[in-house]
Design a protein. Structure first.
Length: 116
């Protein structure tokens, strides 16, 4: 989901459910060799007729290759990620809050079935 579609989704949620809370977190993906790939996660939380819903959008540079560095020691190999300089990768996850335990449970829906 590119930036434009993400903004459209935020606008639709705001119109249909009367607002949302947005949190942004930044951290790093790290390969076995210690190379760090900056990663950004935006979490949108809102109340719906189904209960409290959270949509997480994670974005980072697209991983275009994984190189294996083999050695004789235990474990056998280290993985190095090769990333694109101009392409991004986006992942969307939808969660519903369990009202009894308060835990977030992953909605197991195919992306084509999700609409807001």
């Amino acid at each position: 989901m590119n930036d434009e579609r993400w903004q459209e989704l935020k606008d639709k949620v705001d119109q249909r459910f009367g607002g949302f809370e947005l949190k942004v977190a930044e951290d790093n993906l790290e390969d076995d060799l210690g190379h760090k790939i900056p990663q950004r996660t935006e979490s949108m939380t809102f109340n719906s007729p189904l209960g409290e819903i959270r949509i997480d959008r994670t974005s980072h540079q697209k991983i275009i290759d994984r190189k294996s560095h083999y050695h004789k020691g235990a474990g056998g190999s280290d993985i190095e990620y090769v990333v694109s300089e101009d392409e991004m990768s986006y992942k969307i996850a939808v969660y519903k809050k369990d009202e009894v335990t308060g835990d977030w449970e992953l909605f197991d829906l195919p992306p084509e079935k999700m609409s807001f």
